[in-house]
Design a protein around this ligand. Structure first.
Ligand code: DGL
Length: 279
């Protein structure tokens, strides 16, 4: 690639996608750690949740989204959804010729670094827990580690309803988390991109001896490393008149926008609805 071409490529945006709003927790971290990067975000709000769907369906949806993001001329893609990272990332890696990363390896790596007693818990959707992928990654790097996964399917609707601090969420969290407390885990991976929104509830129930791992932080860090290695890092903040962040959804743009504005410090101007089935 000649210098000019490299410059054009490095000015392209990063594609970030999720089944809906959860991936905004990852986008937020990318905005924080990589302020020069433009982002095109897609939330599949018409087809959320992915967490109770089959591998075939999640792979099909993810392929459509990647095709859409490629029409937006992205230079790299972040699969900001654990369920899609669990089932579709390995397939997508074979099919796209730009860097693509998910959120699971990052979370697993951090958990291995921070655990003191080798007992790691993972809370996530049924799809992510069913895939066994966190356990596989962790035990590939630390065969001694014990990994206990717990599907928490009610957390996603509670977060989407805005019940981040609520007695109902507390009650359900206690039911889900008791068995993890009983086995004495000292590290808990928030293995679903919605869960950082209820981090304080989960933290309060687990107690201060348990370290919570939010894969978003490490994912943004890994993205930064990858862009540097491939020479794709944007060296300057895009000029005035360039839209830094663009948001697309497959349904209910107003609801998405309201939610996004409650978690992003950067107020989103608008979200555009596209027909993802056409890709
Ligand atoms: N964002 C999804 C994940 O991280 C959770 C929501 C869903 O089930 O689609 O797995």
């Amino acid at each position: 690639m000649c210098e000019n071409e490299q410059e054009v490529w490095s000015n392209r945006p990063i594609g970030v996608f999720d089944s809906g709003v959860g991936g905004l927790t990852v986008a937020r971290e990318i905005m924080r750690q990589l302020p020069n990067e433009r982002i095109v975000y897609f939330g599949d709000t018409a087809r959320v949740p992915y967490g109770n769907k089959s591998r075939e369906t999640i792979v099909k949806f993810s392929r459509q989204i990647v095709r859409f993001l490629q029409t937006q001329k992205v230079k790299a893609i972040v699969v900001a959804c654990n369920s899609a990272s669990a089932y579709a990332l390995e397939v997508l890696e074979q099919e796209v010729d730009i860097p693509i990363i998910g959120v699971i390896k990052s979370g697993a790596r951090t958990a291995i670094q921070v655990t003191r007693n080798g007992k790691i818990g993972v809370i996530a959707t049924e799809a992510t827990i069913g895939s066994g992928i966190y356990k596989r990654y962790i035990q590939e790097n630390n065969a001694e580690a014990t990994v206990l996964g717990k599907a928490c399917p009610l957390f996603v609707p509670l977060v989407e309803e805005g019940l981040w601090e609520d007695p109902v969420t507390d009650e359900i969290a206690k039911r889900y988390l008791t068995e993890l407390i009983d086995v004495g885990i000292d590290t808990l991976i928030l293995g679903c991109t919605h869960y950082p929104m209820i981090r304080s509830t989960v933290g309060r129930i687990m107690g201060s001896d348990v370290t919570l791992v939010n894969p978003a932080y490490e994912t943004a860090h890994e993205l930064k490393r990858l862009l540097q290695e491939t020479g794709l890092e944007s060296s300057h903040r895009p000029g005035l008149g360039t839209e830094l962040y663009r948001f697309f959804v497959s349904d209910a743009a107003d609801k998405f926008q309201k939610f996004a504005n409650s978690i992003l410090t950067y107020g989103i101007l608008s979200a555009k609805v596209i027909n993802i089935e056409a890709y």
